[in-house]
Structures are given as structure tokens and as C-alpha cells.
Design a protein around this ligand. Sequence first.
Ligand code: GLY
Length: 425
Amino acid sequence: MRILVIGSGGREHALLRGLAADPATTDLHVTPGNAGMAGLATVHADVGKADDPAAMVALARDIDAELVVIGPEIPLVAGVADALRAAGFRVFGPNQDAAQIEGSKQFAKDVMADAGVKTARAEQLAPGASEADIDAALDRFGPTWVVKDDGLAGGKGVVVTPDREAAREHVRAVHELGNPVLLESFLNGPEVSLFCLVDGETVVPLIPAQDHKRAYDNDEGPNTGGMGAYTPLPWLPAEGVQRIVDEVCVPVAKEMVRRGTPYSGLLYAGIAWDADGPWVVEFNARFGDPETQPILALLDTPLAGLLDAVASGTLASHPPLQWKDAYALTVVLAAENYPASPVTGGVISGDVVADPTKVLHAGTARNDAGELVSAGGRVLNIVGVGPTLEAARDDAYATIAEISLDGSFYRKDIALPAVEGRITL
Ligand code: GLY
């Protein structure tokens, strides 16, 4: 199978690695890609933007792709899947109308209300709201405020704060971007990222993971796209995944079909698990980053056939998924000043960065001298695997010690609360 992957992050590097390992894959291409992907795929760096439907259709035609896998949300929300399907390609990823489940938080709230899915209470504040309107809305929430950018923010547009002035500042900042704000009640309880393959009303869960969204250890510092993740979750009740599937993902999949916008692709349910079980924090219309990196490290089922089953509408007859009996985690190596204004262009060293079983690239490039350099905020994803979560942590942290990039940093506590039994329900 000739496969084109659209995207350039650690998630796409993990997808490429999985696809390359499937004997059904004959030819692998990626656009725009990054410096770590050349060993696995033909990299098409300069063929137009990933969210330009015409450019992506032209590339898929050039390659004669049999399957196109769209990684990030921006092309999905821009309608790249629609254009590819209209041109006759099989696509992994939802059409534009279904991708609104991530593109518009208000749309997601409406779907959940109609599907009877538990989620935070929310109010939208449009740009142009007066100071008095903002104050009145803030009065209706707290003592912890959750202020979300109701546009595409790649997980970075959320501020969760007990400081009312900080909440107000984020409302203003989002409005200055021209986007509406969503104010939400705060959901307490540990977070679960459950990824489900969805083909109409057929829902197949992957193993559950947990992300670490704050920049620094002990969940301090600003929100980021994600600083590390682990899977599976030893603290999640045995029936946890099935409850999320039954109470969240299946009702949403059915509601999307009922609305005439059936979902095809990966539905990411961001869940807070409290005394009543699963509550939805957010949905994403794509594989999460960095959770995908450890999840795919444990998947034994051939990935190309699995994604193709979703794309061709045959997921219901796909065999059950096979997983390694192990734990995996990913630690993100971030550039200096991430997430505010990451420093790029720093030279990365360490032979292990060329080994995609241990290191997946995100913001990397080659400079004029051919050296590997940082080119984004999240630079590398270090993957560890082991028979216990502690062993997986040891594996990842041993690898990261072999890498150097001036000014870079990473969290030392990925999965540590779970290892130490500090996550209680
Ligand atoms: N891990 C957060 C995200 O993918 O949005």
C-alpha cells in the first residue's frame, strides 16, 4: 500500500514508524515532515501547505496514494479530507463538518448535550464582550476558572487558574486574536486520554493514556501541547475504558451519524475521571500528541491495515487489536523558552536521536551545514518501554541523558505520580 502521511510532529513520526513496520506498506511518503523522518519515508517538504486542499490532492495524485493519513487538526478543519475523498482517495481523518468536534468547542458542547454525555457547564463569550459582561460571566464560574480559546489552539489555548485577574487577562488575549472564549466549570479528577477509532457507529478504543500538559514538574508552569505521556493507566478502574466507550464515544459517534456528519478517523476523548466516572474535558479530531507515541509503541496489530479499515469503512470486521503486555512512556525534550517563544536553531547531539525505536522527532531540521537542529518548541520525544511503568521511565530517562541541546528542558516526573501510587479516585 502506498501511503501519504500529512504532518510534521512526534505523532506523525510515531505513525510513520508503525506504518513502516506493517508488511502491507510498500511505499511511505510524508509532508511536510521533519529531519527525523527521512529514514522511514520520502519527505515532501516544499509541496504547499498541509492545510491547502488543492496542494494535498496534487501530492496524493503524484504519489498515487492508496491511503492518506492526516495527522494534525488544522488540515482536517480546513477540509483537506473532504477534498481528498472527493478526488477518490481513501483518507484516515474526519471531514470538515465532523472535525468541528475539535474546531468548535461550542459545536462539541451541542453534540454532547444532544447525546446525553456528561461534560463541564460552559458559556461562550464573543469578541467584543464588554468588561461588565466579562465580569458577570466570571462571577458565574470559579473558584477555579477554565478559560478556553474557542478556536484551534492545539491544546495551548487553555488557562486553568484560581486567579481571577489571570482568567480575565486570558479572556482579553483570546478576544484580541478575534476568537470567542469558552468559560467552563472546573472538572476535578485525574485526566484520561482515550483514543477511539471511529467508523460511523463502530467504535474501537486504543489503550488509555495520560498526558502531562503543564511545562514543569509537579504540574507547575504554563499549559503546553503536552510534555510527556504514559500508557496504560494502572489506577484506572478495570471497567474504565468500557465506561468511556459506552458513556461518551458511542453516544457521540451515533449523534454524529444522526446529524448527517458521520465520523471517520480518530476521536480523542479528553476525560476527567471523578467520583461519578467519566466527564468530557474536550474532544480532538485526531491522534493526540504526545500520547500517540507510547500508545503505538505497544500496538502489535499492523497499523496500515487498521487505519485503512477505518478509511474504507470496514472497521466493524477488523480483528480485535493486539497489544504488548508492557508499559510505555514518552518524555518531551522542549526548546529553551517553550511554550512562550521557543529558541530554535540549536544543534542537537547524541547518536541515539537517529534511532526511531527510542527517539521520535518533532521540531527538528537540518541547518546549512547538515547538522540536526531544533526547529520548534517540542523538539524530540523520547520513548521508553518496560514490563513496569517504573522500568519504562528508567528506559526513557536513560535515553534522554544521551542527548544534548543547549537550553532545552524536560519534565523529570512523567508517570511518577502513578508509579508512586499518588493518583486516587
Ligand atoms: N496531548 C494533547 C493534544 O494532543 O492535544
